[in-house]
Design a protein around this ligand. Structure first.
Ligand code: PEP
Length: 243
């Protein structure tokens, strides 16, 4: 499976940043799939700047319903029209800051899929849950309650305590969690569970990407802070093994 390296700009970036960044990431190495997920306001500009390149475009959230009186929400179809092919769903920052539940994520997965977007569903435990030995059970539960049984998309494992902190789990712990996720996907989705990419996210940067991306069942990375610099994202992409 080719690895997917996805940059999540979170709430960063201006229109003026797009042209230079897009020109740089057009030079993505050919052995990986590269994806950039900017804020909503930059999607259309990124879509134009990346036209004709293999770099994919994604959003960071979508509404669970197709239209209506939902002030401030953006539907999956609107994102698709703006050029998005992917959408990140259930990021821990949305779960924490907006109280999103697994049921909310499931509704968003359905809306995204219906609009032709590929969902990237985020999972991950807090440090207290890991210390209590509950990490795998928690992530399994997030998967079972967020993914429909006909799920087609990507899963990201992002330990919350590793996001934006510069800390990463021990490699054995990443490998064990990714194996547990694969087993849960096979149980939940049947044979289709074998084809779901599982990204690792949490303080991936040049310097640690090569060893994290080489671990079994790691199918790529979801990169926050380091994706803001095109050369760092490209270095991470170059470090991914050939699929
Ligand atoms: C993220 O936002 O999904 C993320 C992994 O952030 P960072 O790479 O900054 O830890």
């Amino acid at each position: 499976m080719r690895q997917l390296i996805a940059g999540n700009w979170k709430m960063h970036g201006k229109l003026a940043d797009v042209a230079g960044y897009a020109a740089a990431i057009r030079q993505a190495p050919a052995h990986v799939d590269l994806l950039i997920c900017p804020p909503f306001t930059l999607l259309d500009r990124f879509g134009s700047a990346l036209k004709g390149s293999p770099v994919a475009l994604g959003a960071q959230d979508c509404a669970p319903c197709p239209q209506g009186a939902h002030t401030g929400d953006v539907s999956a179809a609107m994102l698709h029209e703006a050029g998005a092919q992917y959408v990140i769903l259930g990021h821990s920052e949305r779960r924490e800051n907006h109280g999103e539940t697994n049921a909310d994520v499931a509704a968003k997965v359905a809306a995204a899929t219906a609009a032709g977007l590929i969902p990237i569903v985020c999972t991950g435990e807090t440090e207290a849950q890991r210390d209590a030995g509950d990490a795998e059970a928690l992530v399994r539960s997030q998967l079972v309650h967020s993914l429909p049984q006909n799920f087609s998309g990507v899963v990201a494992y992002e330990p919350i305590w590793a996001i934006g902190t510069g800390r990463t789990p021990a490699e054995d712990d990443v490998a064990a969690m990714h194996a547990a996720i694969r087993a849960a996907l096979l149980r939940h989705l049947g044979a289709a569970g074998a084809g779901v990419k599982i990204l690792y996210g949490g303080s991936v940067k040049p310097g640690n990407a090569a060893s994290l991306l080489a671990l079994p069942e790691v199918g790529g990375a979801l990169v926050g802070g380091a994706s803001l610099r095109a050369e760092d994202l490209l270095t991470i992409a170059a470090d991914a093994p050939c699929g």
